[in-house]
Design a protein around this ligand. Sequence first.
Ligand code: PAF
Length: 278
Amino acid sequence: MRICRTAAELRAVRSSLESPVALVPTMGALHAGHESLLKNARDGNATVVASIFVNPLQFGPNEDLAQYPLTPDDDMALLERLSCDVLFAPTVAEMYPAGSQTRVQPGEVAAHLEGERRPGHFAGVATVVLKLFSLVTPDRAYFGEKDAQQLAVVRRMVRDFDLPVDIVGCPTVRESDGLAISSRNRRLSDAQRRDAVGLSRALRLIVEALERGATDVGAVLRAASAELGALQQDYLAVVDPADFVPLDTVPRKADLLAVGAAFCGTTRLIDNMKLCSA
Ligand code: PAF
């Protein structure tokens, strides 16, 4: 695996990479969810480029940038094992040198739910993803469906800016009890880990109730709140994955998402599940 720490190093290897080139953007602390992205990328492409960059732009002032887990040796071993061809791991100064000031401003798709609770987060994500696309010039880029609103923001940006990259969404990887795998799960104590499954239970309740034909979204969400158990609800909602506007009623024959966020102690968990209303 070739390791590039600067844009210049990356540019120097880019011209020799066989197409199609896949990009798997990450912030490191790689886990089974990333492993699935990397395997999907490996299966369908001649070259796999992974990036590891903990992007300060997407963390708010009260968020956990300083505590973000760093596991460089384990990450490198996983990338080698999965036959990743190139790792791009720049510094903050490399990505945002002094004087850097241009930012991508996502629209309505970033306005609700995560966007409302984490002001500036999706602008930070869109900005770094656009920079990675521009540096790596991938044919395809792989993102987890677990961060569903992030995926929607990236898809919208690609359409709005006519970017020549296919966005591939990969299914959420779950523990055997249903908890969506996330680097934040490592912060949970044993007791919190047992409680954490409440979020996926609540989402499953929403999906099952709506698929059975329930129409009162408010009542369904109230019932789902009770499934959260010891977790503290941030939000539960049903949205169209194209715009992420919370719905009061469920349109017929629509592919929708049940989405949720909840606190397990101080750790904020997010998750979503697909539903197909009849
Ligand atoms: O999902 C992530 O890990 C990050 O938001 C991403 C897409 C790598 C951008 O920093």
